[in-house]
Design a protein around this ligand. Structure first.
Ligand code: GNR
Ligand code: NI
Length: 173
């Protein structure tokens, strides 16, 4: 396993649309292992392959509290069903370090995907799990949570990130 560098805004790579995986083989499992290690090292709860520069439709997640690890792997995920009811979460992104903002997303969704072993699965997700899977699936389309903010807030964040000064720890916009 290896810790990879997480790409941050502004970077055109993050805007690529990721490609479906043809078959879940050893290369894909190695990538998922590296993504999981990278995500844990960065204290994230999810990571899409494009965040380490690989345009494949692969996501790793773990929303469990420290101590009891519960890694989840999603290959070629598709949202089957989603709630009309929305839920607001304060979101962050490892590719938009230190910036946090409230985003509305469907409170509940069902996702069909291939797991670590290439087996077809369906996950019924709500609340944080639903928010996180939708945030990660946006990455597969080249979408970041800041795209949902006002133009003013988004521009401010991208400008600050591109200057790479020592940002304070946590900025809620
Ligand atoms: O670590 C992360 N936390 C988080 C919090 C609220 C909503 C979404 C997320 S995902 C983020 C990790 C990340 O950037 N995944 O792409
Ligand atoms: Ni993210």
């Amino acid at each position: 396993m290896a810790i990879k560098t997480i790409i941050t805004e502004p970077n055109e790579i993050l805007r690529q649309v990721s490609k479906p995986v043809i078959r879940v083989g050893n290369d894909e499992r190695k990538l998922m292992d590296d993504m999981l290690e990278t995500m844990y090292a960065a204290n994230g709860i999810g990571l899409a392959a494009i965040q380490i520069g690989i345009p494949k439709r692969i996501i790793v997640m773990d929303i469990s509290k420290d101590g009891n690890k519960n890694p989840l792997f999603f290959v070629n995920p598709i949202i089957k069903n989603k709630d009309k009811e929305k839920k607001t979460y304060e979101e962050g992104c490892l590719s938009v370090p230190n910036y946090f903002a409230e985003v509305d997303r469907p409170k509940y969704c069902e996702v069909e995907y291939l797991d670590y072993n290439g087996k077809n699965k369906i996950l019924k997700a709500d609340d944080l799990l639903a928010t996180c899977i939708q945030h990660e699936m946006d990455h597969l389309e080249g979408i970041l949570f800041i795209d949902y903010l006002s133009k003013l807030k988004k521009t401010m964040i991208v400008k600050k990130l591109s200057k790479k000064k020592n940002n304070p720890d946590r900025i809620i916009v």
